[in-house]
Ligand binder design. Sequence first.
Ligand code: OGA
Ligand code: MN
Length: 296
Amino acid sequence: MEIESRIARQGADGGIEIVPTGAVLGAEVRGVDLKALDELRFEGVKRAWHRHEVLLIRGQTLADQDLIAFSRRFGDLDWAPVQETGRRFVEGLPEIYIVSNVKLNGEPIGSLGAGEAVWHTDMSYLDKPPMASTLYALEVPPSGGNTSFCSMYAIYEALPTELKRRIASLKIKHDGTYNSGGFLRQGVTPTDDPRASPGAVHPLVCTHPDTGRQMLYLGRRRNAYLVGLELAESEALLDELWSFVDRPEFKWEHVWQVGDLVMWDNRCTMHRRDPFDDTARRVMHRTQIKGSASPA
Ligand code: OGA
Ligand code: MN
């Protein structure tokens, strides 16, 4: 109540500066220190995040504990998936996921290497996928490794009416075999049969629990399967839907600087990463905020 009346006095964004990217999604929040964000400004950040789907906050200096503390203000955190090598990333901090190509004593310190990471949503092979991920840049290569985001609201809205009708009641299996870098997940038997692979089944069209908007929920392409359809039919329909994903009008590309924090809504967006020179270093730390419910 108190917050509401203060917001009414100071403006809906709590006095913080929100600069939309100009693309269909994404905005930069300026003038905030995420280590010292009062309740009013935090509410402003949260509103902007619901509205713009992805937020960029530059110039931060965050230790892992700070990244965790900021993320926790949105909700409980999921533990990171174990590393491709089967190890945990940061001793004592299971919430931190490291994305990096850097090797220490011949062992990668993080996931996804230096290759392309294909379009995906994080951890949608779980029954309750995270609602958000935050990714914080500690080291970035001089070029390459840009991350793009696409709006699954905008993609859904752009589908022809007839296609929307065909997919309205379908369910899709989100594969848990491979990650977006094409690496096999820890403890999984490899298979390329989407009907047999491990994963979670979610509605193909979901309603966002916070905004009430409808969105297409694809997760990732490899090993995806439209439950109950002949495999060939499922593949053809998925290809048709995926042909919308990489169009310029649905995406925003981010060029990283050290100190950038990017937070995406993991329900209504997907992301991908360009490859980069493996002799350069790229180190990013991520948290994932628990979803409150299964996608529906
Ligand atoms: C992730 C991810 C891409 C990148 O952290 O979930 O997909 O740009 N990262 O490192
Ligand atoms: Mn990801």
